[in-house]
Design a protein around this ligand. Sequence first.
Ligand SMILES: [Zn+2]
Length: 424
Amino acid sequence: MMSDPQITNLANLVEERKDELKQILADLISFPTVSPPARNTSEIQAYIAEYLEALDFQTERWDVFPNDPNLVGIKKGTQSDTYNSLIINGHIDVAEVGDDSSWTVSPFSLTEKAGYLYGRGVSDMKGAVACSLFAVKLLHEEGIDLKGDLQLQTVIGEEVGEAGTLSCIEKGYDADFAMVVDGSNREIHGQGGVITGWVTVKSKEVFHDGMRAELNETGNGASAIEKMPQIIDSLRALEQEWAETKQYPGFKKGTTTINPAVIEGGRHPAFVADECRLWITVHFYPGEDYREVAKEVEDYLKQSVKDDPWFQENPLLFEWGGKSMIEDRGEIFPSAEIDPEHSAIKLLQQSHNTVEQETTSIGMSKTVTDAGWFDDAGIPTAIYGPGKLNEAHSVDEKIEWSELITFTKTMLTFIPTWCNARKQ
Ligand SMILES: [Zn+2]
């Protein structure tokens, strides 16, 4: 740990200067970065870039989608090669508001009431981003040099399954540990994963509706719509099988669900349906790889229809994942395991316990975040942030003001201690 007086001093500063933290959050909330429709984050990223540059961070911005740039700010450590580096990652898009008539406060101007702050994104997750920005400002102004590299990533698109964080990884940004500060009620979380997919039944031949009697008689043609129920039944059977055979600590058995979420098919009443498409959502456990999970589903379905002559002629088609629900109608959130023995996890826990005088738990998130992309890239990671899941996406979204202050203090214990410890 950093010397106690230094940490105490930083904690005192957080209290003394907390109005600055509130102002940063008020600024972030004022940008209506709702997603969908997305494509609206250039201005908030410019604001954050300017803020970080004033603290001697080097920044890079690039468009993941038009008018939706990612931002990475890096402050090189004084001994980068031998000391721990850290990524702090947060998304700056927020859930849609839609009709705001049921809101009692304005979603895009920060309101304080009875110890809570209100606004779209305060919990998910501009509150955590504001705390991170405030923390690095205090480190800078107190002249606390870090030996390892510190990196702040503010990414786009998380709310609609857009792989902003994946884009950072593809650009080569990495570190010894990545902390995703999405809401976890200040518990240390890993997560299961999600992949969406399209299963398509498609006939090579197209028939007029008038042919149906003849097709029924000869058994030659088939309606893709009438072929789909057996696929849905098979998915149900596989889901059942997984519930019996798969498990992971921290999850109820049967969490590995396969949801037939959307179905589309047919052209027009004058045709026998030659195509039917099923959009499925597949949940899997930490330690499972989304590529293998997708293959498991494919293999199971192929096996289930292998004796059907029609499917031999017209094989099932599969499309998995995607980098955006908006552009690709598909998404992937890889799973993330937590290693309680990893030095960063231990230190994070210790930092939390020191600040809060209470033991935090290590567990599994009930939702998915971008942490999975770090795990997938081999970067040790954890979700740790302020805010409760039931506040995310809610009407009158709120967060306890004291929670943000506490979280900032924990960050200011963890960051300098981690980045001033030697790589192992
Ligand atoms: Zn979030």
